[in-house]
Design a protein around this ligand. Sequence first.
Ligand code: E4P
Length: 216
Amino acid sequence: MKFFADTAEISEIRDLAATGLLDGVTTNPSLVHKSGRDFIEVLKDIAEVCPGPVSAEVVGLDYDSMMREAEVLRKVAKNIAIKVPLTPDGLKACKALTGDGTMVNVTLCFSAAQALVAAKAGASFISPFVGRHDDVGFDGMQLIADIRMIYDNYDFATEILVASVRHPIHVVEAAKLGADVMTAPPKIIHQLFKHPLTDAGIAGFLKDWQASGQKI
Ligand code: E4P
């Protein structure tokens, strides 16, 4: 499973890149706003630190605006993936952009039917939002299982990018279902490393080692 960081904070991305586990980055207009930085500048910085796909979202709602914005965004770096919303115009833009060799992340997916049409439009990534799905009383993980089954039935190459991840269990469940990628806020990625028994075990071993008086 690939790990993408869902943030536009360059210091957090540098930090995660140093772990060697960072495969890509996803941003959205809310995350860019939160960073307080110029969109293009922040994208340049991210794409330099992370050689994997960096998702940059268009804000235009019609095909022509999306294509115009995509033209600006894809010039920022070779590893930019254009993020388009799951709408008829978004999928039209997806088809045109992927046909032209640009990576496209189709975002705001909340149903298996939407994931199916995105794959038919040639999406590089489909982003089902599991956390937001759970929030309104649906089962986000069931959506991942359904998409996995459909994509496998037809050998679609579109990668399932599990988004709106809220806790480590989302990551583990998505991995068990065979999702290709997950994107999560850095705080959640750091939580994946942690277990209280690991900390307690280290403390116990260190105490005994010091008592032994030995050195390595
Ligand atoms: C991913 O591409 C989305 O930007 C993100 O995962 C949305 O997460 P949220 O529901 O926590 O805002």
